[in-house]
Write a protein that binds this ligand. Structure first.
Ligand code: WQD
Length: 341
C-alpha cells in the first residue's frame, strides 16, 4: 500500500492536477469534494490520465459528523492537501459571511480531525493575496503581509494565522503553506483544466472563451497604470508546475525533511507579465486574433506583483519549468476540447 494522501477539493482546478501528479509519484489518493464548483466527471478524466481511479467521498467539510466518519473509514491517511475553499474574489465581496464560514470552518474541522485521528502532515493552499499591494518587488516570503483586497484573500491570511497558532500547541502537526501567484493553463492531455462556472472572473479563462466565441470581447481592465505598457503585472504559474510543488511539499513532510513545523513558500515563476503581454503571447502561441478593448480599472486590483522564488527553488527544491506561451496554448487546447471545437 502506497502512502495515502487526502486531497480536499480534489475535483477542482488545481486539486485535480495535483491528484494526477501525486498518483504519478506513487501516492494513493482519496478525494473529498462537495462538487459545488466541479463535476464528478473530473474523477473519470483523472483515471484516463493516470490509469488509477482515486477514491472519492462527496460531502462538504462543514459537516464534521461526515468528516469524522471519513477518518474512521480511512484510518491510514499520511497527509492532507487542503484545497477545498470558495475562491471567487468578486463573489467574496458580495457574500463575505459565506466565504468566512466556508473557508475558515472547513479548515478548523480538518485541524480538529488531524488531532483526533493523529494525522501529522498538512499542505495548505494559500495565495499571494496575503501580500496585498507589496511596497517592494519581487515579493519574498518575508515581505510583510498586508490587508487583503477581498474577504477571499482575508480568509487565506486568517487561515495562515490559524495554522501558525495550532502548530505552536500541537507538536505532532507539521504544515506547509504554498502561496500561489496566478495559476493558469491545463493538463497537456486536455482532459482536465479550469472550468469556471458562469462568466469567468480570471483573465485566462476569459481569453480562451473569447477566442472560442463564447464571449464577445475581452475587457482589459485599465492601461493607465504605472507599468511599461500601462496594464497590470502578475506572475502566471503553469498549473502542472504548481501541482508538482504540492508533491514536493508532501514528500518533504512525510520524509520529515521540513526545517520548521510551519513553513510557507512563494510558488510563482519569478517573472512579472502584463495583461497585454498575456494577450499578445496568446495570439502568437495560438494564431488566434483576440477581440479586446481597454476599459476602466477593476476596483481592488493590485497594480503589480510577482514572486522572488529563491526560497522555493533552493529550500523546497522546486522551480517553474513551463513557458507562458506553452501554458497559454494548453489553456486554448483545453477550451477547444471542452467546446468540441
Ligand atoms: C489578472 C489580471 C486583471 C480579467 C485572483 C485572485 C488570486 C487568484 C487568482 C485564487 C488583473 C486582468 C482579468 C479580465 C482583465 N485566485 N483582467 N480582464 O485578480 O490577479 O488574482 O485570481 O487563488 O487569489 O486574487 O487574477 O485573473 O482575475 O486578473 O484585464 O476579464 O488580469 O485586471 O490585472 P487576480 P485575475
Amino acid at each position: 500500500m502506497g502512502r495515502q494522501v487526502l486531497v480536499t477539493g480534489g475535483t477542482g482546478y488545481i486539486g485535480s492536477h495535483t491528484v494526477v501528479e501525486l498518483q504519478a509519484a506513487g501516492y494513493d489518493v482519496v478525494i473529498i469534494d462537495d462538487l459545488s464548483n466541479s463535476t464528478a466527471e473530473v474523477i473519470d478524466n483523472i483515471e484516463k490520465i493516470s490509469g488509477i481511479r482515486p477514491a472519492f467521498e462527496e460531502f462538504n467539510l462543514l459537516n464534521n459528523v461526515q468528516l469524522e466518519a471519513f477518518f474512521e473509514k480511512y484510518s491510514d491517511i499520511d497527509a492532507i492537501i487542503h484545497f477545498a475553499a470558495f475562491k471567487a474574489v468578486g463573489e467574496s465581496v458580495a457574500k463575505p459571511l459565506s466565504y468566512y464560514r466556508n473557508n475558515l470552518v472547513s479548515l478548523m474541522n480538518i485541524l480538529d480531525c488531524m488531532s483526533k485521528y493523529h494525522v501529522s502532515n498538512l499542505v495548505f493552499s494559500s495565495s499571494c493575496t496575503v501580500y496585498g499591494q507589496p511596497d517592494q518587488l519581487p515579493v519574498t516570503e518575508n515581505t510583510p503581509k498586508k490587508d487583503a483586497e477581498s474577504p477571499y484573500g482575508n480568509t487565506k491570511a486568517i487561515s495562515e494565522e490559524i495554522l501558525r497558532d495550532v502548530v505552536q500547541v500541537t507538536p505532532q502537526v507539521n504544515v506547509i503553506a504554498l502561496r500561489y501567484f496566478n495559476p493558469i493553463g491545463a493538463h497537456p492531455t486536455s482532459l482536465i483544466g479550469e472550468l469556471p462556472r458562469g462568466v469567468p472572473g480570471n483573465l485566462v479563462p476569459f481569453i480562451t472563451q473569447t477566442a472560442a466565441g463564447i464571449r464577445q470581447q475581452l475587457s482589459v481592465f485599465g492601461d493607465d497604470y504605472d507599468t511599461p505598457d500601462g496594464s497590470n503585472i502578475r506572475d502566471y504559474i503553469n498549473v502542472v508546475d504548481l501541482a508538482k510543488a504540492h508533491v514536493i511539499a508532501i514528500d518533504r513532510l512525510i520524509n520529515k525533511t521540513n526545517a520548521e513545523r510551519f513553513e510557507f513558500f512563494n510558488i510563482g515563476t519569478g517573472k512579472g507579465v502584463s495583461v497585454l503581454e498575456v494577450v499578445h503571447t496568446f495570439e502568437e502561441a495560438t494564431g488566434v486574433k483576440l477581440n479586446y478593448k481597454i476599459v476602466d480599472r477593476r476596483p481592488g486590483d493590485v497594480v503589480k506583483i510577482y514572486a522572488d522564488t529563491t526560497i522555493a527553488n533552493t529550500v523546497l527544491g522546486w522551480k517553474a519549468e513551463t513557458s507562458l506561451a506553452e501554458t497559454l496554448l494548453s489553456a486554448w487546447n483545453w477550451e477547444k476540447s471542452v467546446r468540441n471545437l
